[in-house]
Design a protein around this ligand. Sequence first.
Ligand code: ATP
Ligand code: MG
Length: 583
Amino acid sequence: MTYPVIEKPSLAEVRMKPNLQDYDATYRSFQWKSVERELAWLPGGGLNLAHECVDRHALGGLRDKVAMLWEGKEGEEETYTFEQMRRESNRFANLLKGLGVQKGDRVFLFMERVPELYFAFFGILKLGAVVGPLFSAFGPDPVRDRLLNSGARVLVTQPDLRQRVASILKDLPELKHIIVVNKNNRSREPLARGDLSYEVLMANASAEFGPLTTTKDDYSIMHYTSGTTGRPKGAVHRHYAVVQHYLTGKWVLDLHREDIYWCTADPGWVTGTSYGMSAPWSNGVTQVIYEGGFRASAWYQVIQKYGVTMWYTAPTAIRMLMKAGEELPGQYDLSSLRYICSVGEPLNPEAIFWGQKVFHMPIHDNWWQTETGAILIANYPILSIRPGSMGKPVPGIRAGIVEQDGKELPPGQEGDLAIRPEWPAMFRTYWQDEERYRSRFQNGWYVTGDRARQDKDGYFWFVGRTDDVINTAGHLVGPFEVESALIEHPAVAEAGVIGKPDPIAMEVVKAFVSLKEGYEPTPQLRNEIMRFARQKLAAGVAPREIEFVRSLPKTRSGKIMRRLLKARELGLPEGDTSTLEED
Ligand code: ATP
Ligand code: MG
């Protein structure tokens, strides 16, 4: 299916001159060395992500600039300048040092999006320890698995979350300290025995810390993947990743010093650290951090209240906003917005067109993974958008479509999406699973596990995850194409598509569909959607079966779990469900 191209805006139409002016010329002449020179580095040649994001601004010209505009879930408001961030993170580094934490030790954060999470994050990095952020909605088992696997020495958490995981703490012999942040005295409960009070320790810690001693190759952050296709893996990154966070913040998110930026991802997932901390702050940009959860009206309110100019979000959030209707955004002043990007899942063309209608600008899709650490393929302000395409490789990144033997396929053919190693934000290992790490590199490529094709003009098109591609009567069908067609029907809110085994066709396409409010799941509607899909899609690709569901199973990072739809359909074991969002 093809959709009309959205022509690039003329320079007269854009509110800010894009940072990246000429994609092709830049791609051809690009060198990482020149980006490296835009960062400060440490005396003696080391590199520290916290120093690039916080200290270099605090000690330079942005000392009193607001780094963080925070709104708590109880409506509290706090702001922090780069200098305050520097001092608070120094305190935390000193606090850890006082506890005997060493370079390379793992310190995990199990917290809501409160400012202290961000201070602790940078404090850990300043000390040279490895930070592991966990999503605050996790139950005890996923927390235990990750702390056990990583051999975490310290856990920083909050009273309610501490209580939620109390039962697992005895299973963690390597966990030496629990630091509890009682944000704004929200909890009246006394500390559990042996726990340490963040507030007490911070009050006694010096706001000066140094010297920083990390090198560019020292481990910095570890993130467990989303678990969409199986058991989550602990991808480990290094400080050098900041070079790419900085660059993609500048060229893909088009961050300017005047921007008010809002990244809706939680730091428990890689987007929430690479682009909820590192990219904006290494670019010296002010960002909004909103602790509350998703509610369409609350989100529009955040944009209006803070005058958000640049917004980075995800397809699942956009689909939820679409579900809440077109009238709601009209009740808010969203005129501050100038640029919107999305990541995490393929962005359905329908969502891009909706962005044009409601926000008066298209949404720019980009592609990357926990393992890649930063954006690798993207749409840019200065390129036309081909709806449904994830765009073109970031300068410095060589992407290809390859066959199993590593041979590159010509334009138009579908194959494995692969990247030439290495790039600054590339992961360095899967924690305690070096073999699996090595298995991702084949014939001189990093093989991503996604299927895609490239068109003759160099745009990349996502087909589906390798595991999700459907083989029906000799055709390979990507679920994304079918799902995108289905959600164009006015009644359909979301769709998840799987291959169902079939004695004749090998697999047939089956769709699970959730409806927008006001629509009833009747057999007539099912037939109508089936007809609609048949008109949109090539014969054999349209779903043979449609089942209405109230909602689709998703990971807590918002990805449709097709493997679970399939397992449930076939009555097979569900496998790892540690990241499944219950509703
Ligand atoms: P796991 O590896 O544990 O199964 P996961 O792959 O979902 O989980 P992440 O690293 O969070 O974990 O997600 C990366 C994946 O998300 C990509 O490999 C791709 O399948 C999908 N993805 C991300 N952005 C896009 C995009 N713009 N278009 C299409 N797919 C995307
Ligand atoms: Mg993955």
